[in-house]
Design a protein around this ligand. Structure first.
Ligand SMILES: *Cc1c(COP(=O)(O)O)cnc(C)c1O
Length: 368
């Protein structure tokens, strides 16, 4: 029986050819060639003016928050159901992540809860498009405008997702992406900072180059302490191939989701939504069993394990983690994880493998 992995990248001859070219020839004056090409290709895919490739999404978020002036004792509001990376960057700057509840259908931050959490110390709102599902960007951007607060998009999981015809990551003051090996497109490790705001772009560009301004002709002369979150040319070469294949990569993720959706139809559960006016990139097919229906998550994960299926738990509320103050009043977040699970997804997962996963899930829902 073959192992069904949680996710894995789709690597073809094209990625191998570009990476081989980069490692063979991409040195000296050609050491940034693939990086610039990657940034340009991703920029045009997304429809934004500016992009800076980074070594991780976390680094892109760190620089973006820093450029917005987020600092000691400031507050940044984000959904409690989230990956730690969104919150870590906030803490690196001495600011405080404020975890608010999410919506029961999208699992993304609840705009009403965001507005209620705003204080004089609030510096920004982070909209994480969890598992490819879209935050209500109209509501969040309206709240941002009303209170003079920037809305940031953590689009690490949202390659392929669109809000009313605009790609996730292109709507906020800035967006960040991850190209970690588990994500829809990958460079092994890597990320991207994107923005339409030219002044913000210039700031992050300087920060990303150890604080050396673009026009500075004096060598080794940083004017501030910056960061070092650059991607390498070899990783960017892999990224160039992935962006060329991005429609195919997104279609692959959507195919897997649709197959699960069809096979699990009729069960008392919800999966990632795709409301009118949106496209979901379906990075991670997940389900949440309806309230009151017997479901033992640990038993399902054990059954997955015995069948060589790499299932994973749904995100815990971040406020449950030991380094934060718990917020059980976030009843949706605290009610979701125990009734939920991720399902394995990768571009070339077979129908038979999907069927194997589905058999397991069906056996463990509604069973005491
Ligand atoms: C993967 C992920 C990140 C972090 O990406 P890295 O490239 O590992 O830094 C950030 N936010 C979310 C929501 C993610 O899923």
């Amino acid at each position: 029986m073959s192992r069904i992995h949680y996710t894995k990248p789709s690597i073809t001859e094209l990625e191998i050819r570009y990476a081989t070219d980069a490692v063979t020839h991409g040195w000296g004056e050609r050491c940034y060639e693939y990086i610039h090409r990657f940034e340009n290709a991703f920029r045009s895919h997304l429809g934004v003016e500016h992009a800076i490739a980074t070594s991780s999404c976390t680094g892109a978020m760190h620089m973006g928050l820093s450029a917005l002036g987020v600092g000691r004792d400031d507050e940044v509001i984000l959904g409690d159901t989230n990956w730690i990376a969104s919150a870590s960057a906030v803490t690196y700057l001495g600011a405080k992540p404020v975890f608010v509840d999410v919506l029961p259908d999208t699992w993304c931050v609840d705009p009403e809860k965001v507005e209620a959490a705003i204080t004089p110390r609030t510096k920004a709102i982070i909209a994480t498009h969890i598992y490819g599902n879209l935050c209500d960007m109209d509501a969040l951007l309206a709240i941002g405008r009303k209170h003079g607060l920037p809305v940031i998009e953590d689009a690490a999981e949202a390659v392929g997702s669109q809000w009313k015809g605009r790609r996730a990551g292109s709507l906020g003051i800035f967006g960040v992406f991850s190209f970690h090996g588990t994500k829809t497109m990958t460079t092994g490790e890597g990320g991207m900072f994107v923005t339409r705001d030219t002044a913000l772009y210039e700031k992050v560009l300087t920060l990303s180059n150890h604080g050396r301004a673009r026009g500075q002709t004096k060598q080794f002369w940083p004017e501030m302490i910056g960061f070092k979150y650059k991607i390498s040319n070899v990783q960017a070469a892999i990224g160039c191939a992935q962006v060329e294949r991005i429609d195919e990569l997104i279609a692959g993720k959507r195919r897997v989701f649709k197959a699960y959706e069809q096979a699990l139809a009729g069960l008392p559960l919800r999966m990632n939504p795709e409301p009118e006016g949106t496209v979901n990139g379906f990075w991670m097919p997940s389900f949440v069993v309806d309230e009151g229906v017997p479901f033992d998550r640990e038993a399902l994960l054990q059954a997955f394990h015995e069948d060589e299926i790499d299932g994973r738990v749904f995100f815990w509320p971040l406020s449950m983690l030991p380094m934060f103050t718990s917020r059980p009043e976030n009843i949706v977040s605290y009610g979701l994880y125990a009734r939920a699970s991720n399902l394995p997804t990768y571009h070339d997962i077979s129908e038979a493998e999907i069927e194997r996963v589905v058999r397991c899930v069906r056996a463990y829902i509604g069973r005491n």
